[in-house]
Ligand binder design. Sequence first.
Ligand SMILES: [Zn+2]
Length: 116
Amino acid sequence: MDTPSEDPRARLERLASELDQRLARIGARERHEDGPPSQDFAEQATERENDDVIGALALDTRLQLGLVRKALRRLDAGDYGVCVECGTPIPSARLAALPWAEHCVACAERLEGRHA
Ligand SMILES: [Zn+2]
């Protein structure tokens, strides 16, 4: 499991490959490669609901993967762990919880407030 001493690059690369695999599985579900659509009306309704859930999951996973890839690019550029908004170092506890974090706590809260 994750340890505080683990290299953020290793964590992020592992996350990126996990998210890639998840997207591949979601893509297979979206294309119904796991079987033909059911002929039963009630089951079709359930499958459409599942499609919505899968679509939301795919969107979440793509967003997450984008954040992880951006964090890897920041590592390459040498500005990983620094808030992209104000340049303040991001606390290591925050990076341990969210290795793809690109904002310090204050900026994240401000940005979330703006979107709320
Ligand atoms: Zn900041």
